[in-house]
Design a binder for this molecule. Structure first.
Ligand code: SF4
Length: 284
């Protein structure tokens, strides 16, 4: 077992002890009103004052353990979560693309409340692409980060309208060339609007791929590549849907229910604090 002599750092949002990523955790801001250093987490957009709180100096950590029985874990996950698809509601690829952009840092349920209003007001890429930005902001405000999101969906819609006759081509390069569209969003559209096999690396897939030992990386592009090599293409959608469902219901960021998890005997629990350590931390 490796012994780390420096501070171990615990990132609350992703529930991962990041000693090995210490160099990634660059303090960005120090507030005089806070006793702890405020640090930016490379894997989260926000600055969390409690994100990199030292847990214990010199705490022992096990190195990352690769999953040895991928086929069995995948089979169990897919059996446990047979329902496929996205929770986002949409009628065409453009609506799903727009809804996915709005879903960043927001629940699908909230997006589903907002999009009917948005698409009633702007029923096509051309309508939304030439909308008044302040009116769009007012509609999408409940999804958070509404200045950025409003600009992103208007820009994406305008480009579709003006350059592509409001048609979305089911192609990764086409999608990621649109303003505000990254690989995760593109993969959601490819998988759920076009029925293609795609590896969607959202916050749940990123966290679980590491914990379960599918990928030693926390970089979404690396994780996507690792998962694509681990399972055959025909299972990409099923695996990601199952990981997302498991992340929402059992293996959540702060309190993974390892004691009752059906994967407990197969999961190396990479980066998951022991129940005792987690309990002490919660009590502190
Ligand atoms: S055993 Fe724990 S860490 Fe592993 S998948 Fe289950 S809840 Fe997550």
């Amino acid at each position: 077992m490796l012994k780390y002599t420096h501070n171990t750092l615990h990132c609350k949002p992703c529930g991962i002890i990041r000693a090995r990523f210490l160099s990634d955790c660059v303090p960005r801001e120090v507030s005089s009103s806070l006793t702890a250093t405020t640090a930016s987490c490379r894997y989260h957009d926000k600055v969390y004052s409690d994100c990199h709180e030292p847990v214990k100096t010199g705490e022992a950590m096990t190195p990352f353990t690769q999953q040895r029985d991928v086929a069995r874990v995948v089979k169990l996950l897919e059996r446990e979560y047979p329902v496929r698809g996205t929770a986002l509601e949409f009628h065409d690829a453009w609506q799903l693309l727009t809804a996915t952009i709005l879903s960043a840092q927001c629940t699908d349920a909230m997006v589903n409340k907002v999009t009917p209003l948005l698409f009633a007001a702007y029923s096509s890429p051309c309508a939304l692409g030439h909308a008044d930005i302040l009116e769009v902001e007012a509609i999408v405000k409940p999804t958070g980060f509404y200045h950025t999101k409003a600009r992103a969906i208007v820009a994406e819609s305008r480009e579709l309208c003006e350059k592509w006759n409001s048609t979305i081509v089911p192609d990764m390069d086409f999608l990621t060339a649109l303003p505000g569209v990254g690989r995760k969003t593109a993969n959601v559209v490819l998988a759920h609007a076009f029925g293609r096999q795609a590896v969607v690396v959202d916050t749940h897939v990123k966290r679980l791929a590491y914990r379960i030992g599918f990928s030693s990386s926390l970089d979404p592009t690396r994780i996507e590549s690792d998962l694509m090599q681990l399972v055959k293409e025909s299972e990409w959608n099923a695996l990601c849907d199952a990981l997302i469902a498991h992340g929402r219901t059992v293996c959540n960021a702060r309190h993974p229910a390892c004691a009752t998890c059906f994967l407990a005997s197969l999961c190396p629990r990479n980066g998951v604090a022991s129940p005792v350590a987690a309990h002490k931390k919660d009590q502190a």
